[in-house]
Design a protein around this ligand. Structure first.
Ligand code: AMP
Ligand code: ZN
Length: 483
């Protein structure tokens, strides 16, 4: 079966072939760096990782581009509130984002263009739109004239009877009921100057709109027409609709061939929101003692267009599934080989396992079906090993199949590294606690307090009980202040 993706543009499953044989260009809308990403964002970023890894697994050369939105309405608002320039404000969130990517074993993009470093391309794009009659100037701001582009609305299939052409919307995030001419470029306000969010142009100082940023950065990195563009489902309108309008308006060529959108993550059955206090960041969960590998596994385990409800029970299930994979890998390493000329079911199981795994992912990245294929392979290989030994070459074939499948889910090494860190950390805490008990026994309370302070600095809370000291990791600190 050929590789197929569900394309939001056509609302159908379509066979995927890149424009240039063997080479794929992907643009993923990255984080708006005004806070640390929450785990909903990571559902989308992990789908990108799955796509990135799978296309490489299939032998494509991939250019993967993920932008950082480091200037937009929300960033300016927050930088103003803190009284700092936008670059200074966004810096810790950018760092935090890269730390998270690494913790979740997300394969790095080839480039991470930052909006503030690509303003000249954005200005050029506005100039082209002005020249081609798709944009107009009002008091130093430039707006896109949606009535100038017949295909406007094709991606989101919005009801254009709501369209109020000639009326304008300045905000970057607006609702479907508010289809109006949108801002490409916003004239500088005093507030923008105070936070360093101003660039000069022929028509006056100002700053780019959010949608313009992604059109300019994607075309700068991937050309005017490219293969795949991804994002969360909330970006279909207006962000991606407006990206298409800007790019196609400026070039007269089709912008993106495949649009993939990820369904929003729910947490404990609810929408994620600040007011409900359930917009967990990755570090919130890690500080509560949850494992990055289990989080990665759980977020990848549902099909990206299906509902996924993140629960703490779900994390426990993910942990159990990971345990089974680790045990299986250990067994394969330990299994003594049988006679060299002997027979076994393993080569067939490896072949079928890999074929089923690939067929599942070919089918619009069906991760749950791929995991089912992986676990069937684990179960049947275990059963075959229960029945008797296999020649070394056969064992090597199943080890290879497991490694191949793990190139996509990428959890085994991560889980092992995590286990080692956990065990090392626990051993260190126990050793410090023993030292503290010894200090107390000799009534050296200053020393005992110093050790307690050292543990506390490492995020360990100690409680003295009649049975001796007990410890646990501290509850998470929340909010961007911990960034
Ligand atoms: P933002 O930083 O708000 O620009 O979002 C970064 C990416 O995360 C975008 O592709 C969003 O569509 C996506 N996203 C935001 N919230 C969620 C969620 N609850 N579940 C999945 N993806 C999300
Ligand atoms: Zn974008």
């Amino acid at each position: 079966m050929a590789l197929r993706f569900y394309n939001t543009l056509t609302r159908s499953l379509q066979e995927f072939h890149p424009v240039e044989p063997g080479i794929v260009g992907i643009y993923a809308c990255g984080p708006t760096v005004y806070q640390l990403p929450h785990i909903g964002n990571y559902r989308t970023f992990l789908l990108n990782d799955l796509l990135h890894r799978y296309l490489q697994w299939k032998g494509y050369r991939v250019k993967f581009v993920m932008n950082l939105t480091d200037v937009d309405d929300r960033i300016i608002e927050q930088a103003l509130a803190r009284g700092v320039a936008i670059d200074e404000f966004t810096e810790p969130f950018i760092r935090g984002f890269f730390d998270d990517q690494q913790a979740l074993n997300i394969r790095p993009a080839d480039v991470y263009p930052r909006a503030t470093r690509h303003v000249s391309e954005m200005v050029t794009l506005v100039e082209r739109l002005l020249e081609r009659g798709h944009a107009y100037l009002v008091d130093g701001s430039v707006y896109f004239a949606i009535s100038s582009l017949p295909q406007y609305g094709r991606l989101s299939r919005i009801d254009l009877s709501h369209m109020r052409a000639g009326e304008r919307v300045a905000s970057d995030r607006y609702e479907k009921e508010d289809v109006r001419d949108f801002a490409l470029w916003k004239a500088a306000r005093d507030e923008d100057r105070r936070v360093g969010a101003v660039w000069p142009t022929a028509w006056g100082d100002g700053r780019p709109g959010w949608h313009l940023e992604c059109s300019a950065m994607s075309m700068a990195e991937l050309g005017e027409s490219f293969d795949i563009h991804t994002g969360g489902e909330d970006l279909i309108f207006p962000h991606h609709e407006d990206e298409i309008a800007q790019s196609e308006g400026a070039t007269g060529r089709p912008f993106v061939r495949f649009w993939l959108h990820v369904k929003h993550l729910l947490i404990n059955g609810e929408k994620m929101s600040k007011s409900l206090g359930n917009d967990y960041t990755l570090r919130d969960l890690l500080q509560q003692g949850h494992s990055a590998t289990a989080i990665r596994y759980l977020l990848l385990s549902a099909h990206y267009r299906k509902e996924l409800n993140f629960t703490f029970d779900g994390l426990e299930d993910a942990r159990a599934a990971l345990r089974r994979l680790l045990d299986f890998q250990d067994r394969l390493e330990r299994s003594p080989p049988g006679d060299e000329g002997g027979d076994s079911a393993l080569p067939d199981l490896a072949r079928t396992g890999l074929a089923d795994f690939e067929a599942a992912l070919d089918d619009d990245l069906n991760a749950p079906a791929a995991l089912a294929a992986l676990f069937t392979f684990v179960r049947e290989t275990n059963a075959a090993l229960d029945r008797g030994t296999a020649p070394a070459a056969h064992l090597e074939q199943v080890r290879h199949a497991l490694r191949r499948m793990d190139e996509i889910f990428a959890v085994l090494d991560l889980a092992r590294a995590e286990g080692q860190v956990d065990a090392r950390f626990a051993a260190w805490v126990e050793e410090r606690l023993a030292q503290r008990q010894a200090a107390r026994a000799r009534r050296d309370f200053a020393r005992a307090d110093a050790i307690r302070a050292e543990l506390s600095a490492a995020g360990v809370l100690v409680e003295d009980t009649p049975q001796g000291p007990r410890w646990r990791r501290e509850a998470p600190r929340t909010g961007p202040a911990s960034a």
